[in-house]
Write a protein that binds this ligand. Sequence first.
Ligand SMILES: Cc1cc2nc3c(=O)[nH]c(=O)nc-3n(C[C@H](O)[C@H](O)[C@H](O)COP(=O)(O)OP(=O)(O)OC[C@H]3O[C@@H](n4cnc5c(N)ncnc54)[C@H](O)[C@@H]3O)c2cc1C
Length: 311
Amino acid sequence: MLETYLPQATARGARLIPECHAVQIVTQRDRAVSVRAELADGRAIEVRAGTVVVACGTIGSSVLLLKSGIRRNVGSRFSCNVATPVLARFAQRLDAFESLQMTAFVDARDFLLESTFNPPMTFAAILPGWFEKHFDRMRAYDRFASAGVVLGTAANGQVKRCGLLRDLLGPVDFRLAPADLETLKRGIALLAELHFAAGAEAAFPGTFVDHEMSAARFAPGGRIDRAAIERHVAEIVHRPEDLTLNTAHPQGGNPMSDRPDLGVVDSAFRVHGFANLFVCDASVFPTSIGINPQLTIMALADYAWRHCIAA
Ligand SMILES: Cc1cc2nc3c(=O)[nH]c(=O)nc-3n(C[C@H](O)[C@H](O)[C@H](O)COP(=O)(O)OP(=O)(O)OC[C@H]3O[C@@H](n4cnc5c(N)ncnc54)[C@H](O)[C@@H]3O)c2cc1C
């Protein structure tokens, strides 16, 4: 953004207002007429607009529409790519921190396995174990490999309006569906198997309670016992709370559908019921795309501008 689109936009006459928080889109009948915003120094501004394109991201865009009194379906069909790590310790040094953080993925159809390796602080946060055990494991940081199971979840979440509920419970009401948990468990078992096939001495599913899986038990003499791994994962994971789950890929909230009873925007990115109000970001995804979404979001923005907004 800083090296391409933003300089290109300013070169063509766009004016950027940094540290500017949009708080309300002012509408009259079927038109957005202005956007009210607050600057970092507390000043309030109002920008009159012929066209408004909301691009505050999955949570921010839904919240802004809700604050502006636009409610039909807004916040619905929240999904995400959810990830859970499986770490592996090897007998020899790997120095994984010296290589690229993300290098490879395996497409297992209904989930991905993505290699990642984090700096010590974030690595420590996903490494199972507590107190001395955790401390001792961290001392073997240079002998660890790391990867995660990534799954596009069902679109069963809801972005909530800000206010008391949001402050108390967070901005999204979402619970991993039972079928998604089962898929994650298959991914965890496959990833543990993969680590053992690469020669790991132990694998560590990202469970809240410490469940170290030793090669001696699950891959004795180098022969991987797939059934035992799957049984073990089924025994240690019963609920989403048993796992370390994270997402950096929220999607939905303003789902795209040409049916106004189902979507927030139509297939031209236009908010149903408005002539000049558009949304263009990951919030328009009606279902999770199941893979790192940034290129798709940028391609959508390019398409939306050329074929829908500027057309
Ligand atoms: C740590 C991390 C690593 C990632 N790595 C990858 C990766 O390797 N590959 C990949 O494909 N994806 C990756 N992603 C995901 C990717 O960054 C997002 O999917 C993508 O940026 C979402 O684009 P968006 O336009 O929907 O929203 P954003 O990029 O979140 O843009 C929304 C913008 O709106 C601003 N905003 C929100 N509310 C308001 C408001 N009220 N007023 C004004 N501004 C507002 C926000 O500050 C933000 O700048 C990663 C995400 C994270 C967090």
